[in-house]
Design a protein around this ligand. Structure first.
Ligand code: F6P
Length: 369
């Protein structure tokens, strides 16, 4: 490992940036990148609030060990983040009108002007797709997969997922007592975008009676059958966990906002189900949307560990001359995979997954039988 010398004019310099929605563990990755690089005698520049930060001198800072002290256990990102910072389609408001401009060439120029040899990009599918586009324009990048949704294909796990599942499970635990006391059906809407990972894991861990996933369209009659069955056995309450992307057979996902240049925002399935299930069964229903609580709080030890392994592996990848790859968790190991391959499609919950089978074995309904 090269030792840093003050007179060395060829100190290796790398950048690190976080993009898209925040995810618990981002700070642990940044810390691992900075400490691993500093221990090699390199310099790390933190780019604030997404790629576009490269265009602003006051948003690129040399990061020291002091900057990353005491952050392994904190949520959020010390670099800030945005899901509006796509340099290929940057939103700007001119004369009260929103326009999209392509500033990617400027970003590439600025990256080289700073003398950076690689950019560690910590993001989900959207941010990593932008990273891949920048890679095609000559910016060597190392991707680090981040998302509470756990929906990235090339990695078995993303950091942030464990924390989101823990928060959702904790909420489900708390709802049991009130549901039982009032003999109600409580419907909990959890995040996950177009996949049901958070719903499946928290639903099973929290002892839910019904789990609804985008991957398994539900029908109301089937859920009603499960509820009636519980009431017949004098278990006069039920917990339904619905992924925000859950949909009925032949139905569509429910969105609450479509904004230009952004991913549509899902939301509203729990409220809709509460109305539909009350109408169908007569049981009293209440709905709850956990929302951004799932992105907050301290990362779990599992997320801190994965995030730290990813950050250190990203620096090792640069040291080994790799570029345009993503670090990934596969078979208990951290490996690198080509970035272009990693972002090709999202990872849905497989229908033959043993976790689904185990839930069914326990009598949990997915609303499809
Ligand atoms: O991808 C992470 C995520 O939290 C999704 O689960 C959710 O659908 C979305 O981001 C919410 O995005 P925003 O923070 O823009 O509301």
């Amino acid at each position: 490992m090269a030792q840093r010398r003050k007179s060395d004019s060829r100190i290796r310099k790398i950048g690190v940036v976080t993009g898209g929605g925040d995810s618990p563990g981002l700070n642990a990755v940044i810390r691992a990148v900075v400490l691993s690089a500093l221990n090699r005698g390199w310099e790390v520049y933190g780019v604030e609030r997404g790629f576009e930060g490269l265009l602003h001198r006051d948003r690129v800072h040399l990061l020291t060990a002091q900057d990353v002290r005491g952050i392994i256990h904190t949520g959020g990102t010390i670099l800030g983040t945005t899901n509006r910072g796509n340099p290929f389609e940057l939103n700007i408001v001119e004369d009260g009108e929103t326009k999209h401009i392509d500033v990617s060439d400027k970003v590439v120029r600025e990256f080289h002007r700073l003398g950076l040899e690689s950019l560690v990009v910590i993001g989900g599918d959207g941010t990593l797709t932008i990273a891949d586009d920048l890679a095609r324009k000559g910016v060597p990048v190392i991707g680090v997969p981040k998302t509470i949704d756990n929906d990235l294909m090339a990695t078995e796990m993303t950091f942030g997922f464990s924390t989101a599942v823990t928060t959702a499970t904790d909420a489900i635990d708390k709802l049991h007592a009130t549901a039982a006391s009032h003999e109600r059906v409580m419907i909990v809407e959890v995040m996950g975008r177009y996949t049901g990972w958070i719903a499946l894991y928290s639903g099973l861990s929290g002892g839910a009676d019904v789990i609804l996933l985008p991957e398994i369209p539900y029908n109301l009659e089937s859920i009603a059958k499960k509820l009636h069955d519980r009431w017949r056995r004098r278990r006069n309450f039920a917990i339904v966990v619905a992924a925000e992307g859950a949909r009925s057979e032949g139905g569509e996902m429910i969105f609450k906002a479509h904004e230009e240049g952004r991913e549509p925002r899902l939301g509203g399935i729990a409220e809709q189900l509460a109305i539909d299930l009350h109408r169908q069964t007569g049981y009293e229903t209440r709905s709850l949307v956990l929302g951004h609580l799932q992105r907050g709080g301290q990362p779990t030890p599992a997320d801190r560990l994965l995030a730290t392994r990813f950050g250190a592996a990203a620096v090792r990848a640069i040291e080994n001359g790799k570029k345009n790859v993503m670090v990934a968790y596969q078979s208990s190991d951290v490996v690198t995979v080509p970035l272009a391959k990693a972002i090709r499609k999202s990872k849905l919950v497989p229908l033959d997954y043993d976790v689904i089978q185990s839930a069914r074995d326990l009598g949990i309904s997915f609303g499809d039988e």
